[in-house]
Design a protein around this ligand. Structure first.
Ligand SMILES: [Mg+2]
Length: 215
């Protein structure tokens, strides 16, 4: 049985509620900061000089990044054991708390399945107590399915351009917002502001989402 599929099936949306579909890493959570702190304790360093993940991991003093298999292993460990290093994005919990007074919030994250328990605990600890869907691959299909469960307006927030493009293709009536919480990553993050609104700070993002949901 496919657990990810069950998450989506189990997610009940009120039939007329406005809907907020929101990513975790670099949107609710300061992923790169947390991952950097985690790998530092394991003797590596993260250099944020491009919009990448495994290609940014180095052994101190070296100029060639760590090989991708070793990088992937650190990434997998982080999802299992790194929750203490992961801090929430500034203002995210307050913004979602406000939005949730008149909209339903659903968290749609691409996390490895082995990180499920740690992720659930992290979200609850930091005030993100909303239904969670652990997805893998493009988010357009699950976003379309969620949005189809309500006649109300829907929005989608993610840091990754390909995910925003996926939602534009599969769920064109869902409003799209790009948010990159890490200040160092912001200049490197590919974006297309003509197609997907880009706002990197939660207070301003929340205001834009509210406007879209009430339009
Ligand atoms: Mg993300």
């Amino acid at each position: 049985m496919e657990p990810r599929y069950n998450d989506l099936q189990a997610c009940a949306i009120s039939p007329a509620a406005p809907l907020v579909i929101v990513d975790v890493d670099e949107v609710l959570a300061q992923f790169m900061r947390g991952f950097g702190a985690f790998i530092e304790r394991h003797g590596f360093e993260l250099r944020v000089d491009r919009f990448a993940l495994f290609q940014n991991i180095y052994r101190p003093g070296e100029t060639e990044h760590l090989d991708l298999i070793a990088g992937k292993a650190l990434f997998d460990d982080f999802f299992r054991d790194g929750a203490d290093d992961l801090l929430p994005a500034l203002g995210a919990a307050d913004a979602l708390a406000d939005l949730s007074t008149h909209a339903e919030v659903v968290i749609l994250t691409n996390a490895p399945e082995h990180g499920r328990m740690a992720r659930i605990k992290w979200l609850k600890t930091h005030g993100f107590d909303y239904p969670l869907i652990i997805n893998s691959g493009p988010k357009g299909p699950p976003a379309a399915e969620l949005a189809a469960r309500t006649s109300g307006p829907a929005v989608f927030i993610d840091d990754l351009l390909p995910q925003l493009e996926s939602v534009a293709e599969k769920a064109p009536r869902v409003g799209r917002f790009q948010m990159v919480s890490d200040e160092r990553l912001r200049p490197f993050a590919p974006s297309a502001p003509d197609r997907h609104v880009r706002i990197d700070e939660w207070p301003a993002l929340k205001a834009a989402i509210e406007e879209r949901l009430s339009a």
